[in-house]
Design a protein around this ligand. Structure first.
Ligand SMILES: *Cc1c(COP(=O)(O)O)cnc(C)c1O
Length: 401
């Protein structure tokens, strides 16, 4: 206990004040559970913001990391490394794309995409993102990130980037034409509150792309690698993007991101146009290769579909029981939002009291990102606690905007 306070105090003293840290000192993780230094066990439906998709301390990931570390942990991209190629081949295979650039993070992959598209189209043609989107915090990525709370202290941002209203057909028709270079999309928005694009919107987008040939970039950083019950969220919409950005889960808990391209976008970069020292780090690629094999080769997807449907169905029963507390359940697979009438944070705190870790986003949406290996047993543990918390929850209609 004393130790825990000390850590938090030291954090306050030495770190720039960017995070509201959770008051838990995690000692280790195993499977879908996290254990604190004082021996408490937490069911982790937060999963490192989906960065630990395949669960904690997975023996195959540990072995892959160890084996690679014993050979070499870093060479720089001046060298070709076998593990980088093996990882890239798998990710290309499962994404359906043709070429790849590896980074250390999602944001860096977004920046790489922006550079590639600005080189391809110049700065005269426009780039769009959608309202409520999240694409990262560096200058280029933040120019795409639509949410005002992230942008307002840093404006003006990159010129030539504008936001379209999410799922708004008229806005799309009105703004997209031959001057369009690119649209960045999260087919299922994460940070923005687990919002799904409509099939109608995507169909129109498809027609407009045929007519004006611009790039559709799928930001699959949160929604990719099986999270929604398909390899990538765009697959739910029978749409093929021109460019995919992937990160979070692909590194098996280590920092790794990827820009994946197809067709006209393959030959835009030439040597010297872009680079990174650590991007595609061999140890991260070794972990990532295990993740891809486990997610795509071990029939994990069908279990995510089945259990995701079960979870959503049970949550909808709670919504019917408590229509004054729960507004809407949204999501696919293991990427689920529960919009409540009140501050999400209050429910997150109550769930933590019951040894279950979830997250809230966009003020009033509870975000569930269970590990991809979650079974019905853990979902039932979650549901049992959630029902008790919701039963006691006092909706506070003033606590959100
Ligand atoms: C997390 C996230 C990012 C940023 O990725 P980092 O790895 O944090 O840099 C970008 N887009 C989406 C949709 C994300 O969820």
């Amino acid at each position: 206990m004393k130790n825990k306070l000390k850590l938090l105090e030291r954090e306050k003293k030495y770190f720039l004040n960017t995070y509201n840290r959770i008051h838990l000192e995690i000692h280790h993780g195993e499977g879908v559970y996290l254990y604190t230094s004082n021996g408490k066990k937490y069911l982790d439906f937060f999963t490192g913001l989906s960065g630990n998709a395949r669960s904690h301390s997975h023996p195959k990931i540990i072995k892959a990391i160890k084996d690679q570390n014993e050979k070499f942990s870093h060479l720089s991209n001046y060298y070709i490394t076998d593990i980088q190629i093996e990882f890239a081949e798998l990710l290309l295979k499962y994404s359906g794309m043709e070429k790849i650039f590896l980074t250390n993070s999602g944001t860096e992959a977004v920046e790489a995409a922006l550079n590639l598209l600005r080189k391809k189209y110049g700065t005269d043609r426009k780039i769009f993102s959608l309202t409520n989107s999240y694409n990262g915090r560096t200058y280029g990525a933040l120019s795409l990130t639509a949410r005002g709370k992230y942008r307002k202290s840093f404006e003006p941002l990159l010129p030539g980037i504008n936001q379209l209203n999410f799922n708004n057909i008229d806005d799309l028709k009105k703004n997209i034409d031959e001057t369009t270079a690119t649209i960045f999309l999260e087919f299922i928005q994460g940070e923005g509150g687990i919002n799904l694009l409509s099939q109608e919107y995507i169909n129109l987008l498809k027609n407009l792309r045929d007519k004006y040939s611009f790039a559709v970039v799928a930001d699959e950083i949160q929604s990719g690698i099986g999270r929604t019950g398909k390899g990538f969220a765009f697959e739910h919409f029978k749409f093929i993007p021109d460019i995919i950005i992937s990160a979070k889960a692909i590194g098996g808990g280590l920092p790794l991101g990827a820009l994946l391209t197809s067709g006209d976008y393959e030959d835009v970069f030439v040597p010297g146009d872009h680079g990174t020292t650590f991007g595609g780090n061999p140890v991260a690629c070794a972990a990532g290769k295990v993740v891809l094999n486990e997610v795509f080769e071990n029939d994990l997807l069908s279990s995510i579909v089945k259990l995701g449907e079960y979870l959503i169905q049970e949550l909808n029963k709670f919504k019917e029981l408590y229509p004054d507390k729960i507004k809407e359940i949204r999501g696919k697979g293991f990427m689920i939002g529960i919009e409540i009438f009140g501050a999400g944070k209050d429910v997150v705190d109550q769930m933590r009291e019951r040894n279950i870790l979830i997250n809230s986003t966009n003020e009033n949406t509870l975000r569930l990102l269970p590990p991809l290996i979650t079974t019905k047993t853990e979902i039932d543990i979650f549901l049992e606690s959630f029902e008790k918390v919701i039963e006691d929850f006092q909706p506070n209609k003033l606590s959100f905007k």
